[in-house]
Write a protein that binds this ligand. Structure first.
Ligand code: R5P
Length: 294
């Protein structure tokens, strides 16, 4: 595409290269040097002009990846006509309101910083909360990976699986997922103690799950606590195999091991965050969107 550049941040080089290929854009690589005190020195290997797309997810190390995203956008802004920030996993979106007095709404802070450095538009995947959209004083596009995740499972030809959202917030997405599989969905009533972080699944009317495969679907898996709790709850009902599907596999610490030990057969994620569980590539849906007139 004429005068289109993709800059690949250090957190998302493969995705960025894929996108550049799909968009027929120039590709500029970035380099990062981390100083002993933790500061990030970011360098790019070219001069972007015209429309520039910066690709950088903000998974752990979160603050380092985020400051790199800000630095790349700021640098690109100097020579480009517009800068589209593609941040497939956008950090801090869980702190979308003041849950307890004194808490800072960090999602709002993040939105202001992206605007301040010159992002013209933000593109994210399965943003944690719709509430945060109002904090972005610029166009923002939230693309769903649910159809692609569901299509992956469709090919597995599981017999009559139940699609389960571990909490009520993802009930609509579980329903959409189930529709693609031509099956049913439900959502668990997960409650988190805001002070201790402890999770509980409130008991609800049980369905007959005897031997029935279950697909747990969520926006992200971080510590794995939600998936483990949901798995324990479902296993009490003697269900069949349990699969976990998510857009963002943060899988912090030993999350993967905890989930497997709890009884999840397979974790399937997209490649918004590079990792072993990546089975669904989202570069095509990002490219499809970016190919449209902006
Ligand atoms: C919460 O509302 C999210 O949708 C995820 O369920 C949660 O952030 C996952 O975190 P963890 O894996 O630490 O339970």
């Amino acid at each position: 595409m004429a005068n289109l550049t993709v800059i690949g941040g250090s957190a998302s080089p493969t995705l960025a290269k894929n996108l550049a290929n799909r968009l027929d854009a120039n590709y500029i690589k970035s380099n990062v040097q981390i100083f002993p005190d933790g500061e990030n020195k970011v360098t790019i290997g070219g001069k972007p002009t015209g429309k520039t797309i910066v690709v950088q997810s903000t998974h752990p190390p979160v603050d380092s990846n985020f400051i790199q995203a800000l630095s790349l956008i700021s640098k690109a802004r100097k020579t480009s006509s517009q800068v589209i920030a593609v941040i497939p996993y956008l950090c801090y979106m869980r702190q979308d309101k003041e849950f307890l007095p004194g808490e800072i709404v960090t999602s709002n802070v993040v939105a202001k910083m992206l605007k301040a450095v010159g992002a013209s538009k933000i593109v994210v995947m399965d943003m944690h909360s719709q509430l945060t959209i109002k904090y972005f004083d610029m166009p923002i596009r939230n693309i769903s990976a649910v159809p692609k995740l569901a299509s992956f499972f469709k090919k597995m030809k599981l017999k009559n699986p139940l699609v389960v959202a571990p909490d009520l917030f993802w009930a609509p997405q579980a329903k959409q997922f189930a529709k693609i599989l031509d099956t049913e969905s439900t959502a668990l009533n997960k409650q988190r103690n805001r002070k201790t972080g402890e999770l509980e699944i409130k008991k609800s009317q049980k369905r007959d799950l005897e031997g029935r495969d279950v697909i747990l679907v969520d926006d992200m898996i971080s510590t794995g606590g939600s998936i483990v709790k949901a798995t324990e709850y479902l296993k009490e009902q003697n269900c069949g195999n349990i699969y976990a599907a998510c857009t963002h596999a943060l899988l912090v610490g030993n999350a993967e091991k905890k989930i497997k030990n709890a009884g999840v057969l397979k974790i399937i994620s997209t490649n918004t965050i590079p990792g072993k569980t990546n089975a669904v590539d989202i570069s095509d849906i990002l490219a499809e969107y970016l190919n449209q007139k902006h």
